[in-house]
Design a protein around this ligand. Sequence first.
Ligand SMILES: CSC[C@H]1O[C@H](OP(=O)(O)O)[C@H](O)[C@@H]1O
Length: 416
Amino acid sequence: MTLKAILFDRTQPKNVSVEVLDQLLLPYTTKYIPIHTIDDGYSVINLMQVRGAPAIAIVGALSVLMEVQLLQNDSFVKAQIFYDASSFDAISTKLVERLDFLLCSRPTAVNLSNALSEIKTILTSASDLATFHTRLYEFVCLLIDDDLSNNVKMGNNGAQYLLQELQGEGFDQDFAVLTICNTGSLATSGYGTALGVIRSLWEDSKSKNASDKPLEKKRKVGAGNAKMTHVFPLETRPYNQGSRLTAYELVHDQIPATLIPDSSITYRIATSPLPIKAAFVGADRIVRNGDTANKIGTYQLALICKQFGIKFFVTAPKTTIDNITESGAGIVVEERKANEFKHVSGTVIDGKSGEPQLDSDGNPVSGKVGVAPVGVDVWNPAFDVTPHELIDGIVTEVGVFTKDSEGKFNLGELLG
Ligand SMILES: CSC[C@H]1O[C@H](OP(=O)(O)O)[C@H](O)[C@@H]1O
């Protein structure tokens, strides 16, 4: 098992290499795809071989770095016909076109747009290709390293906030949390956003469970004695990020979890053996008033949490903030192809053994099954938009933002 969505060998700044984990083949097959050009970046993002708002931005930026690295190679420049390499201005003009092309790979997640805007700024401020290449390398390394360090901060911020809230309510029991889609290491440079909070809650729970110390002397990550002891990840049809990716991460980390159908949320809450005290979800775009685009199904999860009095948290780094769009009405929601909904992709399972079928090379066999008639129309939005009224807190690396007495988020510190 591996949770490394992106392999970036940066030991030689002028000769880096990039590979991305093909997440369409998880959880049964681990296969990495090399990235050499912006076209490669566009393809793996558009096909959702790599997905997750922060990971999309990182892979997009890395694909630009790889293409610029090629443009520093004389034999490549002589052989290619794409760029007029006669001047840096000509290269820059073409590169801006290529950045705009890359942005179209997946329109809703703002992280890619934010990263490409930064790259354009670096490009316009550079005097020559070598200078741009160096600054681009530094930017991409910072993007990756900041994402990882911010995820750990965000995870601890969210965990401590929830545990303090529960302590304030006088709740000191074991509890469970809900999550949707995949917001873990497979969607970021590591640790994750909403799943990062769950990782921090689990660390707190283990420290409180440590049998070598009396309760009052245990190293508590979070306040009080309440402990998260179970996670209910939603399968997240139709791409199944929850069943194929989040469950994979939870099994990898040995965090107790029970995968549930999207349609069972209400009944699971109503019959849960453990009190469910919060839902942590990720984000693809948080706009100025706090309305949030996230995986399809998030909106209804927020509504159900409101009905049951369960705290609903959006978890995202500052790189997911859209500081231009005023409200959710301005968010473009990507619609995926009909066959991504009408066909279920996965690994072929042997009916007798229950194990993956293997090909002649011993690799698990991938396949698709149809679950809808050819002639039926479908609607397959990749995201929905949760109104800020249903969001109890926005967890970030800076802290947890909650609404004021008028029910409004004041995200000024995040909006730059
Ligand atoms: C930290 S990942 C954020 C976000 O991205 C996912 O969407 P997708 O798998 O389509 O890229 C999902 O909405 C996550 O919450």
